[in-house]
Design a protein around this ligand. Structure first.
Ligand code: ADP
Length: 473
């Protein structure tokens, strides 16, 4: 089986959020199961070319009434071959997203990716599109395979990693982007939506947790597309992301002050001390650390943290936050740190991977009070690192964290249900109550560390989906 995965992000090359971890890890897991997979990414200016080699000097394609020739690069760094579309005009922007012409940039990426697949000369069984940035490719593939023998047997899977980001733009642009005939597929409440077009045209849809697959069919979480998700629910599956344990494993993690494992947790203390030092906090190792790593957007529950900021400190814990995003939340973190510099440690910005690993290892509780969460990765990383997650029971957080039950001793974290600061606080307090009972705490830590969220199970579900999804509709 031959699969081409299109993604706007993949570690270690370009990362904004979880999609980057998922794109690489899925590829690797597919390869391990004998699937002939490949990955196609844009070549952003942040990607170091010295680790790549040129694959094709002049890949030809048609774009806006012209026939440009572009360079394609290749990397063998990942288990699966990775190709990069080199178009400086579109991808040398000093950032990955956020320009007014993002729809044009990624429509170009999709056009070039399909030209590349053709150039590779070996038909693919499935085109696996991810998020709105590859929605254009789904539309184009559906059109192409109707008259192009090379693609006649290619099926299209569209994966939704976050339904709230729909790639909206002015429908008038559809004509010059080459999608005038497919206007209906794109139109959504008066705008053109690349995500909607992808979801309309793909043969099957997936999303990143079973619970989220249900939630996006509701008005509350459907972001105006719940009707489409319900309409296509017989073609929509939820497959929870996994963890790449070669990267996220406290036993071997090279970024930690000390390694530790299920059998010997003692190194975690050194990691905690190291973390306190990194954030300039007093070396009070007995005091619990609550941590968060996330994009600073409303989705991640920062309004609850702001409402509860004072009460969180009243619990006696340290709070450590790593995040980049909306100025209002950056300002909040800064002012919180300013009033309590010895209790609140912050890093505003996108840190390299090492700091995220050091926080996972050094913290005691990991907070994810998300308004919604398609899957979430940090709660799974936390569990592996013996750091106990406190999460809101939504989407993948609900699917992957088991609430601790003191009577049976089962559970890997603490879950609250209402999107409410008081409910969140109650669970933080409950967590801290057990933190102060070392035997119970260790039990919760070990329950989490022993949980298997590896990619192999998820990859097998994708393979089954690739095999069983219907072809030409
Ligand atoms: P989302 O994809 O919605 O951002 P996930 O929990 O699925 O959320 O994945 C987030 C990923 O991005 C995690 O690997 C996390 O460690 C990383 N991350 C988020 N913010 C930062 C940051 N400011 N610096 C470094 N890594 C970050």
């Amino acid at each position: 089986m031959r699969i081409a995965i299109l993604s706007p992000e993949a570690v270690p090359f370009a990362k904004v959020g979880g999609l980057a971890d998922v794109s690489s890890a899925l590829n690797k897991a597919l390869r391990a199961d004998g699937v002939d997979s490949l990955l196609i990414l844009p070549l952003y200016d942040s990607i170091d070319r010295s680790r790549l080699k040129v694959f094709d000097e002049e890949l030809g394609l048609f774009w806006r009434s012209k026939a440009p020739r572009i360079r394609v690069w290749q990397s063998d760094e990942l288990a699966a071959p990775t190709y990069f579309i080199d178009a400086p005009h579109y991808f040398h922007r000093g950032k990955i997203y956020g320009d007014g012409d993002d729809h044009e940039r990624f429509a170009f990426f999709c056009r070039a990716a399909i030209a590349l697949i053709r150039r590779l000369d070996k038909p693919i069984d499935v085109l696996h599109c991810n998020d709105w940035q590859s929605g254009f490719a789904s539309v184009e593939m559906k059109r192409l395979r109707g008259h192009d023998e090379f693609f006649a047997r290619t099926k299209i899977l569209f994966s939704i990693h976050n339904l709230a980001y729909q790639g909206l733009f002015d429908p008038d642009d559809l004509w010059w982007l080459g999608f005038g005939d497919e206007k209906n597929e794109f139109l959504s409440n008066g705008a053109a939506s690349a995500l909607k077009a992808g979801a309309m045209t793909a043969d099957a849809l997936s999303t990143v947790s079973p619970r989220y697959a249900h939630e996006i069919q509701t008005r509350e979480q459907g972001y105006g597309l719940d009707w489409l998700m319900r309409l296509r629910s017989n073609r929509l599956v939820g497959i929870a992301n996994g963890v790449d344990y070669e990267i996220w494993n406290p036993e071997t993690d090279p970024h930690l002050a000390a390694n530790y494992s299920l059998d010997d947790l003692s190194g975690k203390r050194a990691c905690k001390l190291d973390l306190l030092r990194r954030f300039g906090l007093p070396e009070e190792v007995e005091r619990p650390i609550i941590a968060i790593i996330s994009r600073l957007v409303a989705q991640k529950g920062y309004d609850l943290i702001r409402d509860a900021a004072r009460a969180i400190l009243d619990t006696g814990a340290f709070f450590i936050a790593l995040g980049a995003g909306a100025p209002e939340y950056e300002d909040f973190l800064q002012s919180w740190h300013d009033v309590a510099p010895y209790r609140v440690g912050i890093y505003k910005g996108f840190a390299g991977e090492p700091l995220a690993h050091q926080i996972e290892a050094g913290a005691d509780l990991f907070l994810m009070p998300s308004l919604y969460e398609p899957c979430g990765l940090n709660q799974m990383y936390s569990m592996r690192y013996g750091t106990v997650p406190v999460v809101r029971a939504t989407g993948g957080l609900d699917d992957t964290v088991r609430n601790f039950d003191p009577s049976s001793g089962d559970g890997t974290g603490f879950k609250f249900h209402q999107y409410d600061a008081a409910d969140m606080l109650e669970k933080i307090r409950e967590g801290l109550y057990f933190y102060n009972q070392p035997e119970v705490w260790k039990r919760i830590q070990l329950n989490g560390m022993a949980t298997d969220n590896s990619w192999s199970a998820a990859a097998r579900k994708y393979i089954q989906l690739y095999q069983e999804m219907p072809g030409l509709r």
